[in-house]
Ligand binder design. Sequence first.
Ligand code: FA5
Length: 341
Amino acid sequence: MLDQLSALEAEALAALETVADSGALQAWHQRYLGKRGALTPFLRGMGQLPPEERPEAGQAVNRAKLALTEAYETREAALQAAERARSLSAKAVDVSLPGRPPSVGRLHPSTQTLRRVYSIFADMGFQVYRAPDVETDELNFELLNIPPHHPARDMWDTFYTTREGVLLRTHTSPGQIRAMREYCPEPIRVILPGLCYRYEQVTARSEMMFFQVEGLAVGKRITMTDLKGTMAEYARRMFGENRKMRFRASHFPFTEPSVEVDMDCILCEGKGCRVCKYTGWLEISGAGMVHPVVLRNGGYDPAVYSGFAFGMGVERPAMLVHGIDDIRYFFGNDMRFLRQF
Ligand code: FA5
């Protein structure tokens, strides 16, 4: 029996040497140390031995069991270590791969243009004043001297909400009333940037939604000269040193007198081209002296105070600066266009 036991032990240890993975290791354990394994008959057979042989045989079986268990545990630890090393090297980070560049966001071309406008007017002492996109008919039209049925309303058709008298503003001018009512009787020097909405035919030059920047200065001795100087400085900083300016008589119900501010075409230097419709001039802003009715609606006494105001687009000058030939690109959300800025 002892010979058989040591033969079994030798066989089991030899078999353990060939075990290469945890599956095979479990099979080995079942085969030799499991409940129905090869060692069990030796343990069970103890009762059949004559009593004097039992202690020696018992010790031998226990020693064999212990030896096999220890060998099993050593093998198990070795296999686990090998498997961990394998999986670590399989999942290793290959630092020689070129990295993926992070995609960097950028500012929309209208925002970039707006920021240039802010910085130019900030240097002239203008603060940014925010006014809402959703306005009342009263502020967008009536308080700006455009009563219901006034023909000027035809130029500024808009989108109406389901609430009576509430609409999307057609221009940034209603912000003039808000600023005046907030600051009166202090002097004012603000620009009012923001989106405007118009119900009109969308073309290469006209959108339904576009940015404007309004300007407003109110004080005790403000004259048309201040307006001219401010517009000339803006054009010079925005479009280049030697810009020529032209002020053409025009009409807006909220300014008197009213003008259109033109500058010489930056593309043909005033010689005449397709962009300036062969006139040599480009319109950059509507403007004028704040109408006495509007000053009064803002809380200022027109006998004491005067002011100038202007309102200009943002996308149209951006088109000139960047040579963009269709305004619809701005809000078309085409990344091929937006990535260029
Ligand atoms: C106005 O909106 C006046 N509120 C401007 C003003 C303010 C005059 C203060 C006097 C005093 P107008 O409708 O011309 O004016 O628009 C001004 C500018 O907005 C235009 O020169 C143009 O650059 C831009 N604009 C107007 N309509 C569109 C449109 N559909 N798409 C893109 N830009 C537009």
